[in-house]
Design a protein around this ligand. Structure first.
Ligand code: AMP
Length: 143
């Protein structure tokens, strides 16, 4: 099972922002799009960072409401861990778990081609487990 299978189902759109956008802009987009993280890209579409709801909560907890005026550049994670669409779902799940983050941009041929969240992975794993259980039940019923 590869990451491409998840993207085939959920689509390849990725919500992005600019490094100069404010934390307030990020809150608005997170809320409107009902997502947990936004990828920060430059004019050429290259990944510059990732900002998640955790980063927003952390900076507001530290600086109070004035944090909403700060640029996202100062709160995002710059060293973004990415995966390929040919990677297995299990390997991505292991990397998310080890890195303690819930979002993974997908890069193919040097281009951003999607983003998977831990929610996408859990959904995919549950469907897989249910399929396997149904196959096992069918097998037992035939025996
Ligand atoms: P999350 O669990 O995705 O909300 O993110 C928790 C922390 O990890 C935040 O500081 C994010 O900026 C950071 N983060 C999220 N995804 C990634 C990623 N793919 N690579 C590196 N850092 C990440």
């Amino acid at each position: 099972m590869t990451v491409a299978m998840i993207l085939n189902e959920k689509g390849r759109d990725v919500v992005t922002a600019k490094a100069t956008d404010t934390v307030g802009d990020i809150c608005k987009t997170l809320s409107e799009k009902r997502i947990g993280a936004i990828l920060v890209t430059n004019a050429a579409g290259q990944i510059e960072g990732i900002v998640s709801e955790r980063d927003v909560v952390r900076v507001i907890g530290k600086d109070g409401p004035s944090a909403l005026e700060q640029s996202v550049d100062s709160v995002m994670t710059h060293a973004v861990v990415t995966c390929a669409d040919t990677d297995t779902v299990n390997s991505v799940m292991a990397r998310m778990s080890a890195g303690r983050f819930r979002h993974m941009p997908v890069v193919s041929g040097g281009k951003l081609v999607g983003l998977v969240s831990i929610g996408d992975i859990v959904k995919h794993r549950i469907a897989q487990i249910e399929r396997e259980a149904a196959q096992m039940r069918d097998y037992i019923a035939m025996a």
